[in-house]
Structure formats: structure tokens, C-alpha cells
Ligand binder design. Structure first.
Ligand code: NAG
Ligand code: NAG
Ligand code: NAG
Ligand code: NAG
Length: 439
């Protein structure tokens, strides 16, 4: 009995000591684990910009996006920026190669030729990726080497084609830019639904500002995945112009940076869309002989296999002239702010002696630099699409307000789509509670 008691006691003590020992040891190892991480921490990217506009430190310039672009020999990377033209300087690309710092490489800085006299211009910074670097992020330096890499702001490199499962769509519309208190809800809903009927898969909208109603509508399209809103807070960084010509309108950059966002949108779409349409939110690129854009483009591309830039002429439908029967003056839209495009069927003839206002359908891979009404640099020929094949329906303030009804052309092309368009617009407005109560 005593012997067993002794053994039990001994066993108990040993167990307690062992448990205490294990406990302390365990604590120690975990705390030392915490103090000494396995390897050195990655030196880059220290700070990654999550903004669409990133000030480039120690300069007057701004970076927007970086893209993989190997279409020209000697370059791998195209950084799109907004550069102050009075201080375009020598710069160096510095790379982050999956957590390790790469070498710097020299750059070629290309200021776009269209800047309409404003101090800031869209600028491409081209450079090469150094050897043995799987580049994930890039930044620009004013010196050939960085003094302190822990205070650099990096931007991610897009279009790296690592994920093969990125779905390529047929048509993306790039809308630049929303600003001010724009609140044309009805026309925007009609236009977006018209795009869908024509076969457009995605609409990218650069937004500085808009009125709350329109914002709500666009949010609901975003949730659905049809619209992608890119925040564009350019007014935080400079005094953007509401006009297009510096000598007339003043300011730091043309039209809220429209030229920059159009270029960024083309590159953003390069790997994920076959065609990109560059037009405004009140414009519809409308095929007149085909039911949708795919059959239009199939036809045009068969006739012109090498063309990557298709110019479409703009046609104004003045909003002051209404179709007389009022058959599309629908009661459910009466409380919705904005223009009802179905009510405007009178089309101006453009004054071709002055100016040919075109917008474009492009193959993004064939474009290098774009402006609003023309591409600046591209590969392959361009083609002006005949008016009877395709034109832009643009309901807005008259351009030639002096014209009488008799001098305008009746054009009811939009009515061909009314059967589907009206219920789709109703649904979109209902989603955001903007359709008047059903009667
Ligand atoms: C790149 O890697 C290869 C193989 O590891 C090596 O032989 C070569 O020297 C490296 N080049 C540079 C510039 O580091
Ligand atoms: C980073 O720090 C270095 C040294 O402190 C300084 O000279 C440099 O201007 C800083 N760079 C940036 C981008 O702030
Ligand atoms: C480098 O930059 C970091 C972050 O701004 C700062 O904390 C550090 O003191 C700088 N180092 C040197 C050597 O200037
Ligand atoms: C793109 O067009 C092709 C050919 O018309 C069609 O089969 C395909 O479904 C379209 N893709 C999308 C995403 O709409």
C-alpha cells in the first residue's frame, strides 16, 4: 500500500514538473519565433498606390497606370501619366520583382501631341524590365538609383496575362468623364439599355462627380456587373478645365483629363475586350443596316481585314424638337430627370465644310495613343464607316439651332428597338425606385 502510494506520488510530481517544463519551453519557442521571422521581409512593394492618380514624388507629375506592352521592340512597360509639360525630365523605371528589388532601367518619355495647350498632357513612359525579373510593380525615379526604397510608392503592372481565365468580351464602351452635377438619369438609362441591346458587354465610366440620382442608377448597374466605375478624383490634384481649349477655358488639363482616361481605358481593355467604343454617355454608336454591333463589325472586318480603327460620324438630334404624336411620352418616365431620347427624331446634317466630328470603334491592340476624335498612334489603316452603315445618335442641345424642322432629317432608327428598350429601361429605373407608380 505504502509502496504504491510512493509510486503514485512520484509519478504525480514527475508529471507536474514535465507539464510545467513543457509549458515554459513552449512559451519560449513561440515567443522567439515571433521575434525572428523566417527570412528577411520583402523589400518591395512597400507602399502600393490604390488610387487612379498617384503623385510622382519630387516632381510635378502624376502616374495613372502601368501596363505590360511588348508590341514595340525594346519596351516591355508603358506607364500612363499626366505630366506637366514645363518640367518633363529624365526618369528611371525601378521594378519590384516578386518581393525583390530589381535594377533600374532608362525610360523614353512620350508626351502626347494632343494637349490643346494645357500645362498637363497625357504622357507615356516606356521602359524595359531588367533581366531575371518577374515584374509585379513599378515606380519612377528621378535618379538612377533609389536612396531609400522604404518610402517609394509603387503601382501594379496590369495586363500581365498570368490568369488565363480572364474572359474576353466582344465590346466595351469607355465613357470619360462624369463631372459636376450631371443628372441626366433617363437618357443614361436608355443609352445603357440600348448598348446592351446592341451587344455591348461592359461599360467603363470614369467618374469625378455626378448628381445622387444618377449615382444611384450607375451603382445598380455596377452591382449587376455591366458598368465598371473608375473613380477619377482629378480635382483633388489640379484645377481641371471644363473646356477643351486652354486659350479659351484656362485650367490645368483638358476636360477633366478625358484624354488620359480614354487612353487608360484602351489599355485596361486590351486583354479583355475585342473592340472598344470611345464615345460619351449621351452618344449611341448605331448600326443602320445590322441589328447589333457584332454583325456590323463582322461585315466591316471582312471588307477591311487590317483595319483596327473605325471612324463613326456624330449626328446631333436637337432636344428642343419633339416628335409630334407624343407616342413615347410615357407617363412612367414623367418624374425621372433627364432627356427621353425616343421623343427626338430630327437629325441635323453636320457642317462638313468645318469639321468632321467622329467617335471611334477600335481594336485596342491596334492602338497606341488616342485622342477624342482620332487616334494619334496606331498600327494598320483606319476606315471611315459610311453614314448609311453606322452613325452616332447624339440627343443634345442643337448645334445648328437656326435650322427649322423642314431642314432636319427624320430619323426613327431608335424606334426599331422600342419593344425591348422600354421594358428594360423600366426595369432599370424600378431597381433604383425611380419609376413612377404603375397605374
Ligand atoms: C540571370 O539568371 C541567370 C541564371 O540564373 C544567370 O546566369 C544570369 O547571370 C542572370 N543575369 C543577371 C543579369 O542577373
Ligand atoms: C526618401 O528618403 C530619402 C532619404 O531620406 C529622401 O532623400 C528622398 O527624397 C525620399 N524619397 C521620397 C520619394 O520621398
Ligand atoms: C526611409 O524612409 C522611411 C519611411 O519614410 C523612414 O522611416 C526612414 O527613416 C528613411 N530612411 C532613411 C535612411 O532616410
Ligand atoms: C461575342 O460574339 C460571339 C460571336 O457573335 C458570340 O458567340 C459570343 O457569345 C459573344 N460573347 C459575348 C461575351 O457576348
Amino acid at each position: 500500500m505504502e509502496k504504491t502510494n510512493y509510486f503514485i506520488r512520484k509519478f504525480f510530481i514527475i508529471t507536474v514538473v514535465a507539464v510545467i517544463f513543457l509549458f515554459i519551453f513552449n512559451k519560449r519557442t513561440t515567443s522567439t519565433d515571433k521575434q525572428t521571422p523566417r527570412g528577411p521581409p520583402p523589400v518591395c512593394p512597400s507602399v502600393i498606390s490604390d488610387q487612379t492618380i498617384t503623385p510622382l514624388q519630387n516632381t510635378k507629375h502624376f502616374l495613372v497606370s502601368a501596363f505590360m506592352d511588348q508590341r514595340q521592340k525594346g519596351f516591355d512597360i508603358r506607364i500612363i501619366g499626366m505630366f506637366h509639360r514645363d518640367s518633363v525630365q529624365k526618369l528611371h523605371c525601378l521594378f519590384c520583382c516578386v518581393g525583390h528589388l530589381g535594377e533600374t532601367t532608362p525610360t523614353t518619355v512620350l508626351v502626347h501631341s494632343d494637349h490643346f495647350g494645357f500645362p498637363f498632357a497625357t504622357t507615356d513612359i516606356m521602359c524595359q524590365i531588367p533581366q531575371n525579373c518577374t515584374a509585379t510593380h513599378v515606380t519612377l525615379l528621378t535618379q538612377p538609383s533609389a536612396e531609400n526604397v522604404s518610402n517609394l510608392t509603387w503601382i501594379p503592372i496590369r495586363n500581365r496575362r498570368i490568369s488565363e481565365n480572364t474572359q474576353r468580351v466582344n465590346f466595351t464602351v469607355c465613357i470619360s468623364n462624369l463631372f459636376g452635377d450631371y443628372n441626366n438619369v433617363l437618357q443614361s438609362a436608355q443609352t445603357l439599355e440600348m448598348y446592351r441591346l446592341l451587344g455591348i458587354n461592359r461599360v467603363v465610366i470614369y467618374k469625378t462627380n455626378c448628381a445622387p440620382d444618377l449615382d444611384r442608377l450607375l451603382q445598380s448597374y455596377t452591382q449587376e456587373g455591366f458598368v465598371e466605375i473608375v473613380s477619377w478624383p482629378i480635382d483633388k490634384y489640379m484645377n481641371p478645365s471644363r473646356g477643351w481649349l486652354f486659350s479659351q477655358h484656362g485650367g490645368d488639363i483638358h476636360y477633366f483629363g478625358q484624354l488620359t482616361t480614354l487612353n487608360e481605358c484602351i489599355y485596361r481593355s486590351m486583354e479583355r475586350s475585342r473592340y472598344v467604343l470611345l464615345n460619351d454617355i449621351d452618344e449611341i454608336i448605331m448600326p443602320y443596316q445590322h441589328n447589333n454591333l457584332m454583325s456590323l463589325m463582322d461585315t466591316l472586318q471582312q471588307q477591311h481585314p487590317n483595319v483596327g480603327v473605325f471612324l463613326i460620324e456624330n449626328h446631333i438630334f436637337p432636344k428642343k424638337h419633339f416628335e409630334p404624336s407624343g407616342k413615347f411620352h410615357l407617363p412612367q418616365w414623367s418624374g425621372v430627370p433627364g432627356i427621353n431620347i425616343l421623343e427626338h427624331i430630327y437629325r441635323e446634317d453636320p457642317d462638313r465644310t468645318i469639321y468632321h466630328p467622329h467617335k471611334m470603334i477600335v481594336q485596342p491592340r491596334m492602338v497606341e495613343q488616342t485622342s477624342v476624335h482620332q487616334v494619334l498612334k496606331y498600327f494598320g489603316p483606319e476606315y471611315k464607316v459610311p453614314l448609311d452603315v453606322c452613325r452616332i445618335i447624339h440627343v443634345r442641345v442643337a448645334l445648328k439651332g437656326f435650322l427649322t424642322l423642314e431642314q432636319l432629317n427624320v430619323d426613327k432608327r431608335l424606334w426599331d428597338f422600342q419593344e425591348k428598350l422600354i421594358p428594360n429601361v423600366d426595369k432599370a429605373l424600378k431597381r433604383v425606385g425611380m419609376r413612377s407608380a404603375e397605374k
